[in-house]
Design a protein. Structure first.
Length: 494
C-alpha cells in the first residue's frame, strides 16, 4: 500500500499526534509553527481525498485490516470529503491568524498547551467526519468537546470559565443522549458500522426501541449543533473565548454537528423514516424558523459584537435545519450549501473582529465608532462578511438563501419563504448598526492612534472574504457538490 492509501486515517492522525508534541516542546513559537504545519498538511490530505472521491467514488479504509462490519472502518464519500476540506481549510487559515492574536490574549506559559488543545479539537472534528463507525462518532465528539472546553476557558475575560462550564454541562448532556441513542440502535441491530446499520434498521424500524433511540440521537445532536431552543451554551462560549477559538469553532464545530445530523437522518435511518414516518420534517421547519427569527431579533439588541455574531450563528443554524426539514433534494442541498457558505462568512467575520480586538482591545459596539477610517481593511472585511450573512448578491450567502427560498416554494410553503426573507431583513438591521457606528459616528473620546492589523492577520481574513465573493459568483463547485451529495445520501437512504 502507498501512503496515499492511508490518507483517510492520516488526516485524523496528523493533528492527534502533533497535540502532545506541542506540550513536550512547550515553546510558544515552536508550538505555533508545528500547529501551522500540521493544519496545512491536513488541508493537503483532505483536498487529495476529495479529488480521489470525485475521481473514483467512496473510499473505505479498514483499520487493522479487519473487514467491516467486524472491524472499524473509515469511510470517505463525497459529503465527508467536502466537510473534511471545509474543516481543515478553516483550521489552516485560523492557524496563520493565531500567531499574533494568541500571543496577545493568552499568557506565554499557556500558549503551547493552548495549541495542543486546539489541535485536539481539530483531530476530533476530522475524526467525526472520517469515521464510518457510530460509536467512534461519539468518541471523536468527546475528544473535540473536551478540548473545546479547555480552549474556551483560556479567554482573558474571567467569564470565559463560566462559559466553558456552561458548555461542558450542556455538551455532556448532549453526548450522553447520543451515546444512549447509539446503544439502543446497537441493541436492535448488533452492529455499529454505519453502512451496516443502514441495511439492518429498516427491518426493526417499527419497534419502540429504535424510535426512542432516534429521539435520543436527535435531541443529543440538536444540543451539539445549538438548535433552538437548545442553543443557550453558544452565545457565551463564542463571546468569551479567545478570538482564534471563536473563529474556528463558529466556522467548523456546529457545521460538523449538522453533518452528523444529515448522516444519521438520511443515511442510517433513511429519509422515509426520519422525515416522514416520524414527524421530524415539520418539527425541524418550525424550530429552524423559530431559531432564525428569534436569534436574529436578539442579535439586533446586542452591544457586544461577538455576542451579536454568536446569536447570528444560532439564526444561520436555523436556516440549515430548515433546509433539512423541507425533506426535498433542493432543501437538503440548500442546507449543505449553507453549511459551506456559513463557514466562510462567519470565519471571515470573527477573524476580522479578532483583528479589531487585537488593536483596540475591545469588541463593544461603542468602541468601534470611527474605526472604518482607522482600520479600513479590517472593517471592509466585516462589511463584506456582513453582506454575505444578509444574503446580498454576489456573495456566497445569497446563493444558499436563494436555494432555501426555492426549496420552500417548490413545496408550496410560501409563508416559509417570506419568513426566510424576514430573517434576512433582521440581519440587515444588526449589520447596519455595526456599519453605521464604524463609518458614520465619531468616537466619544479623543481618538487614539490605531494602526491596521498586521499582515499575518489580514491575509487570512481576506482569503475568506475573497472565497465568499468567489463562491457567490462561481457556484459550479459548491452547488454541484451539495447536489451530488444529496443524491448520494437520499439514494443510500432509499
Amino acid at each position: 500500500m502507498s501512503l496515499l492509501d492511508h490518507f483517510p486515517v492520516l488526516v485524523v492522525l496528523l493533528p492527534l499526534m502533533a497535540a502532545p508534541l506541542c506540550v513536550l516542546i512547550d515553546r510558544p513559537r515552536l508550538a505555533w509553527a508545528l500547529s501551522l504545519a500540521v493544519s496545512w498538511l491536513s488541508l493537503a490530505v483532505a483536498a487529495s481525498l476529495l479529488f480521489q472521491v470525485l475521481g473514483s467514488g467512496p473510499i473505505s479504509y479498514r483499520l487493522g485490516g479487519w473487514p467491516p462490519p467486524w472491524g472499524i472502518e473509515y469511510r470517505i464519500d463525497l459529503l465527508s470529503a467536502y466537510v473534511l476540506l471545509i474543516v481543515s481549510a478553516i483550521a489552516a487559515v485560523v492557524m496563520v491568524f493565531a500567531y499574533h492574536s494568541v500571543a496577545a490574549e493568552i499568557a506565554a506559559d499557556r500558549i503551547a498547551r493552548f495549541y495542543a488543545a486546539l489541535l485536539l479539537v481539530l483531530a476530533g472534528l476530522l475524526g467525526i467526519v472520517a469515521t464510518g463507525d457510530a460509536f467512534n462518532v461519539f468518541v471523536f465528539l468527546e475528544i473535540s468537546s473536551l478540548a473545546s472546553y479547555a480552549v474556551i476557558s483560556m479567554g482573558r475575560d474571567r467569564r470565559a470559565l463560566h462559559a466553558a462550564f456552561q458548555y461542558l454541562v450542556m455538551g455532556t448532556i448532549g453526548a450522553t443522549f447520543i451515546l444512549i441513542g447509539i446503544g439502543f440502535l446497537y441493541m436492535m441491530t448488533g452492529t455499529l458500522n454505519m453502512q451496516d446499520l443502514a441495511d439492518r434498521l429498516p427491518a426493526v424500524s417499527d419497534t419502540r426501541t429504535v424510535r426512542v433511540g432516534f429521539a435520543f440521537l436527535t435531541v443529543g445532536i440538536g444540543l451539539k449543533l445549538a438548535l433552538f431552543p437548545l442553543h443557550l451554551w453558544l452565545p457565551n462560549a463564542y463571546a468569551y473565548a479567545p478570538s482564534a477559538v471563536t473563529a474556528f469553532l463558529a466556522a467548523t464545530a456546529t457545521k460538523v454537528a449538522v453533518y452528523v445530523l444529515l448522516r444519521f437522518l438520511l443515511e442510517i435511518f433513511g429519509a422515509d423514516f426520519s422525515l416522514r414516518a416520524m414527524p421530524l420534517d415539520l418539527i425541524l421547519i418550525l424550530l429552524g424558523l423559530a431559531g432564525a427569527l428569534s436569534a436574529s431579533l436578539v442579535a439586533v439588541f446586542q452591544e457586544d459584537i461577538k455576542r451579536m455574531l454568536a446569536y447570528s450563528s444560532v439564526a444561520q443554524i436555523g436556516y440549515m435545519v430548515l433546509g433539512i426539514g423541507l425533506a426535498s433534494p433542493t432543501g437538503i442541498s440548500a442546507a449543505m450549501l449553507h453549511l459551506f457558505n456559513h463557514a466562510l462568512m462567519k470565519g471571515a467575520l470573527f477573524l476580522a473582529l479578532g483583528a479589531v480586538a487585537y488593536r483596540i482591545g475591545s469588541v463593544a459596539l461603542r468602541d468601534l465608532a470611527g474605526l472604518g477610517r482607522r482600520m479600513p481593511w479590517s472593517m471592509a472585511a466585516i462589511v463584506l462578511g456582513g453582506l454575505s450573512l444578509i444574503g446580498v448578491p454576489p456573495t456566497a450567502g445569497f446563493v444558499s438563501k436563494w436555494y432555501l427560498v426555492l426549496g420552500s416554494l417548490e413545496q408550496g410553503l410560501w409563508p416559509v419563504a417570506l419568513l426566510i426573507l424576514l430573517g434576512s431583513l433582521l440581519a440587515v438591521v444588526y449589520i447596519w448598526k455595526l456599519v453605521e457606528t464604524a463609518y458614520f459616528k465619531e468616537p466619544q473620546t479623543a481618538p487614539v492612534a490605531v494602526r491596521e492589523a498586521p499582515l499575518s492577520m489580514l491575509i487570512p481574513v481576506w482569503i475568506l472574504v475573497a472565497a465568499n465573493l468567489y463562491f457567490g459568483l462561481h457556484t459550479e463547485i459548491s452547488v454541484g457538490v451539495a447536489r451530488q451529495s444529496t443524491v448520494q445520501l437520499l439514494g443510500v437512504a432509499g
